[in-house]
Design a protein around this ligand. Structure first.
Ligand code: HSE
Length: 299
């Protein structure tokens, strides 16, 4: 049996929607899966993370496939896979979710798809630890997710088609685990209110196309102020994006990528954001991406 799975990268939080909001992006990883007689797992990789990705049984795609097979109550056959990645690693663009979702879909497909999308969402969230990258990766579009025990309640919606995400990616990596260690255990009530109101506002603005609210709506006090020191020029980049015509800007997931939403001047926004880093001797690139609407697919 041989098949290919395509999984989109994603941007999580959108500012205030910490561990809740996610947006699927048209930046894709592909994995070609082949079953074979010889048990175990071997991988080859090209593209992003080509030399960094584990190609043995510790590989995240395989770990997720094993986890899923265990949930189904079956044993995986021998697998040989080829990974072709465009989502950069440890940059806040959901690369681990692409592997976790692909592994879960592969295992489910191999056993005749006994698991529903909801089952896949629940188990990939369990594996990832939070739902805001796996939800858009699996379902596409804008996702709003809440974890209730082992169940993920998720609504998927599509923002108006002209919305684009400009992602400015610095050359350095930042592990999500490190960026989460920077967060406090408690926040003042007024900061929680500041972020909750904006999480509601950003969701409503994106769903209704009232984009004039995004600059206010993408501000946050739950995680960005505590992570800003990990990303050089954090506030300057947000200002540069807005000055170049972005509707709003925020840290992409746990960073270090910075993300701006825009309907026009997208190249100027990307250039302005990366120029700030380059002026500070930090190499950076940018992509202008659309919203992926289909989520993960078996091609
Ligand atoms: N919500 C997560 C965080 C996303 O901000 O830590 C990680 O990609």
């Amino acid at each position: 049996m041989e098949f290919q799975i395509r999984t989109p990268g994603s941007t999580a939080n959108l500012g205030p929607g910490f561990d809740a909001l996610g947006l699927a992006l048209t930046l894709y990883n592909h994995v070609t899966v082949r079953t074979c007689e010889k048990p175990g797992f071997e991988a080859s990789a090209e593209g992003e993370g080509q030399h960094a990705l584990a190609t043995d049984e510790t590989n995240l795609f395989y770990q997720s496939a094993l986890f899923t097979a265990q949930k189904i109550g079956k044993k995986l056959p021998g697998l040989r896979v080829h990974l072709n990645n465009r989502v950069p690693l440890s940059r806040g663009l959901g690369s681990s979710s692409t592997a976790i979702v692909a592994g879960a879909i592969a295992a489910n497909h191999l056993f005749g798809s006994p698991l529903s999308q909801q089952d896949l969402l629940d188990l990939t969230t369990e594996k990832e630890g939070h739902p805001d990258n796996v939800s858009p990766c699996l379902l596409g579009g804008l996702t709003m997710s809440a974890v209730e025990g082992t169940h993920v309640a998720c609504v998927r919606s599509l923002p108006p088609q002209n919305l684009q995400a400009v992602v400015a990616i610095p050359q350095f990596e930042l592990k999500t685990s490190e960026a989460r260690k920077a967060l406090p255990a408690h926040v003042p009530l007024k900061d929680a209110v500041y972020s909750i109101s904006r999480a509601c506002l950003v969701t409503a603005a994106l769903m209704t196309g009232q984009f004039e609210h995004l600059a206010t709506a993408m501000q946050d006090r739950l995680h960005q102020p505590y992570r800003a020191h990990l990303i050089p020029n954090f506030y300057e980049i947000i200002e540069a994006a807005l000055a170049a015509g972005a509707l709003g800007a925020a840290l992409s997931g746990a960073g270090p990528t910075m993300m701006a939403l825009a309907t026009e001047n997208t190249q100027a926004v990307g250039q302005a954001m990366t120029a700030v880093w380059r002026q500070n001797n930090i190499p950076a690139t940018y992509h202008v991406l659309s919203i992926d609407t289909g989520g993960a697919v078996i091609l």
